[in-house]
Design a protein around this ligand. Structure first.
Ligand SMILES: Nc1nc2c(c(=O)[nH]1)N[C@H]1C(S)=C(S)[C@@H](COP(=O)(O)OP(=O)(O)OC[C@H]3O[C@@H](n4cnc5c(=O)[nH]c(N)nc54)[C@H](O)[C@@H]3O)O[C@H]1N2
Ligand SMILES: Nc1nc2c(c(=O)[nH]1)N[C@H]1C(S)=C(S)[C@@H](COP(=O)(O)OP(=O)(O)OC[C@H]3O[C@@H](n4cnc5c(=O)[nH]c(N)nc54)[C@H](O)[C@@H]3O)O[C@H]1N2
Ligand code: SF4
Ligand SMILES: [Mo]
Length: 680
């Protein structure tokens, strides 16, 4: 028997952890996919979900797509016949070519997101769409765009966060609207736990008492959508207790004085009423944060609210009032982008290939646009499963049934979305191609290394779009650059000194020897060069000039606010088709506070329907003291096809846009609870 061989690679899921992986090979075949023991974040164990799927669905020949397919049944039915790559690409090129000829390239819509966050697998195909002139469904609008735009407006930058290693200098870490225990499991049990063990206070602000909140020193369990009022109350305490950094405010901040009346009015007692958090907890948390140095982890959950942009503006004001920037142990993190490690994303996406400006629309408009034969004549989804992940699920799926909509899906698996496609193209997984992965938490650069061959004739995303470009008759050399050349060029932009082979040998490189200080020079890329709490740009967009001390009104009696954050067993909708994951998940549930359940006469295990103007969803009740009265918890990511009612929580989610950036308001969803009486 041949010796075992090990390949180090990296998990490229949309996850804060960017785990190091060791793949064991025997006779050239993958035996086991395990966590890398030498990896500083992973420390030997993958998360539970990846440990299952990377040794399950992701390597299961019966589940993976292995050949191009052509639809032979009705749209949505999922009946296909295998065809060759030449035939598939020929059919696509013919349809796209005709639309280009007619000057209707923009009626080709494409959705994509973070099926893989590998720089090549995630973004190289954009080159093709730039050249084609297709309309991009702005991916961030389904996730985090409001937060990005708010931070960018205020700090001139949303993709430069604190360096997590600076936690050694922090006295407090405030985790606001993130749930690391699900969405960043290794940061939760490594970084956060280590910080706490070293004496750093951890404070969580979240409507749900998740494991991170339970392990924290303080948990402020606010009502959803009341974050801005709470942030103003924090600032109130800072000012009242002499913790506001006046020197910082006058030197680096625009508009702090204009905010003072609203701050002075938002006493902890007033905020307690609006947010449902006891005033003494607000005071204790504000003092701990204000004392500093402090880090603020800005979660993505906070801004998936109707006033999510304003909430981020208020949280930015809190950072400014505390003056927690520009020194070790201070700062905030939404996401660490590639730019801070030297990467210019235009190297990957080649925007110069676009002949005109590239049209983009919000995910919130996807269903309405797909419905309209004049606006949408073709549709491509790659790295994205909108029939499970996007709002207005029923409307979106009805639109995908349009016979005259030419639909191409690129995925590893048959999904709820591929079921509607005319052509399905099989993609290679991260175990089957090289790439670069940049954690969006740690300032590292990692190698994704090919460990095995894809099933059948499946191809990496990049190769699929190279071949499609050739079939279209496009000639620009950028459309044909090899992965190896691109990876080498990208790696050369980073501080890592070595080749891809050098990086592959170690898996992950820490590219800055010492922790970076966020905004070290306190120079901000805003028009004034300062932190713009008062924003002329906001005014020009019809938004208030200043952050507002807003709190959403309480949910009306008889309704619940439905929160649908990350599940520990799914990665968005990915993994929902793995049989072991499926067993772990059990039936789809709604977690209700015992008070709500008692009021509605519901008990553990009862069947209910959540219903609103958007749709309805059958669920099984589970009682939980992790939630609060008026708030129901239904995790995202179930596959409609495997769920009662052929729907998941997005059947309840409308297309309402946030106050900024036309972004998602998924956590603003409300619904009625309808009890099902079992037929005798
Ligand atoms: N296991 C797992 N990990 C994942 C994902 C997954 O699906 N599964 N998804 C990945 C992706 S794409 C993303 S974007 C990240 C997101 O990861 P996070 O940034 O952690 O965001 P979420 O899990 O969406 O939600 C975080 C928290 O926001 C809270 N929340 C909801 N409304 C409010 C509010 O009004 N105020 C406050 N303060 N909090 C609120 C929710 O209760 C939840 O606990 O996770 C990534 N990691
Ligand atoms: N109700 C509710 N809905 C939400 C959210 C929420 O909090 N609540 N969160 C939203 C957020 S934060 C996000 S980011 C979106 C994410 O939504 P999506 O972008 O749809 O993410 P996934 O559901 O994981 O779908 C990714 C798809 O890519 C495929 N894939 C994986 N690797 C590859 C590859 O290498 N090549 C190709 N071609 N395909 C690949 C996977 O099989 C999967 O089908 O969902 C949003 N939807
Ligand atoms: S999904 Fe996240 S936690 Fe799980 S293995 Fe991948 S990077 Fe690690
Ligand atoms: Mo996301």
């Amino acid at each position: 028997m041949a010796e075992d061989r090990m390949v180090k690679t990296t998990c490229p899921r949309d996850c804060y952890d960017a785990c190091g992986i060791t793949v064991t090979l025997r006779d050239g075949a993958i035996q086991k996919v395990l966590g890398d023991r030498d990896h500083a974040i992973t420390r030997g164990a993958l998360c539970g979900k990846c440990a299952i799927v990377y040794n399950g669905a992701w390597r299961a020949p019966d589940l993976r797509l292995s050949t191009p397919l052509k639809r032979i049944g009705a749209k949505g039915e999922g009946t296909f016949a295998p065809i060759s790559w030449d035939e598939a690409l020929g059919l696509i090129a013919e349809r796209f070519g005709a639309l280009v000829e007619e000057g209707a390239a923009r009626t080709i819509l494409h959705t994509h997101y973070t099926g893989t966050v590998g720089l090549v697998g995630g973004w190289y195909p954009i080159r093709f769409f730039n050249r084609l002139g297709a309309t991009e469904i702005d991916p961030d609008t389904v996730c985090n765009k409001a937060g990005h735009v708010a931070l960018e407006m205020i700090f001139g930058e949303s993709l430069e966060g604190f360096d997590p290693r600076t936690a050694r200098d922090a006295r407090t870490i405030l985790v606001w609207g993130a749930n690391p225990s699900h969405s960043a499991p290794h940061q939760n049990k490594g970084w956060l736990k280590d910080a706490r063990a070293a004496g750093t206070r951890i404070i969580a602000v979240d409507p749900i008492a998740h494991d991170t909140a339970r392990a924290a020193d303080l948990h402020l369990q606010l009502r959803p959508g009341t974050d801005a009022a709470l942030a103003f109350a924090f600032m109130h305490v800072l000012r009242r207790d002499g913790l506001a950094n006046e020197g910082f405010l006058s030197a680096h901040v625009l508009g702090a004085d204009e905010l003072i009346p609203a701050i002075d009015a938002m006493t902890p007692e007033r905020a307690a009423e609006l947010c449902g958090v006891p005033a003494d907890l607000i005071i204790a948390a504000a003092r701990a944060y204000g004392g500093g140095p402090s880090l603020l982890w800005l979660g993505q959950g906070v801004q998936r609210q109707p006033y999510g942009g304003n909430a981020f503006r208020a949280l930015a004001a809190l950072v400014a009032f505390a003056g927690h920037l520009g020194k070790p142990g201070a700062g905030f993190l939404y996401m660490n982008g590639p730019g801070g490690r030297g990467i210019d994303m235009a190297t990957v996406t080649a925007p110069t290939l676009a002949r005109e400006s590239v049209p983009a629309i919000s995910h919130m408009d996807l269903a309405a646009t797909l419905e309209d034969p004049a606006a949408a004549r073709a549709f491509v989804n790659w790295n994205n499963n909108p029939a499970a992940s996007s709002p207005e699920q029923a409307r979106l799926r009805a639109a995908l049934k349009r016979e005259d909509l030419f639909h191409v899906a690129v995925d590893l698996f048959h999904t709820d979305t591929t079921a509607y496609a005319d052509i399905v193209l099989p993609a290679a997984s991260f175990l089957e191609c090289d790439d670069l992965v940049l954690s969006y938490f740690d300032l590292t650069v990692s190698a994704q290394v090919k460990a095995g061959d894809p099933p059948g004739t499946a191809l990496p995303n990049s190769e699929i779009f190279r071949r499609l470009a050739a079939a279209m008759g496009f000639a620009e050399p950028e459309l044909f650059e090899t992965d190896a050349d691109l990876i080498a060029r990208l790696l050369a932009q980073t501080p890592f000194e070595g080749t891809f082979a050098d990086l592959a040998a170690i898996g992950t490189a820490t590219v800055f020897p010492e922790p970076r200080v966020q905004f070290a020079g306190l120079a901000f890329n805003t028009p004034s060069g300062r932190i713009e709490l008062a924003s002329a740009r906001a005014e020009a967009l019809g938004l208030p000039r200043l952050p507002q001390p807003h709190a959403d009104a309480r949910t009306q009696a008889g309704r619940v606010r439905v929160l649908s954050p990350a599940s520990p067993w799914l990665l968005n909708s990915s993994y929902g088709n793995d049989p072991v994951i499926h067993r772990r998940l059990g039936v789809p549930t709604v977690a209700l506070h015992p008070d709500d359940a008692a009021r509605e006469g519901l008990a553990e295990g009862d069947k209910v329907v959540l219903a609103n103007g958007e749709g309805q969803l059958p669920l099984t009740v589970t009682l939980s003291d992790r939630t609060q009265p008026g708030v129901a918890l239904v995790h995202k990511g179930r596959w409609p096809a495997f769920s009662p009612g052929d729907a998941n929580v997005n059947a309840l989610v409308g297309g309402l846009k946030s106050d900024m950036a036309e972004s998602t308001t998924v956590h603003g969803t409300e619904a009625r609870l309808v009890r099902l009486v079992a037929a005798e």
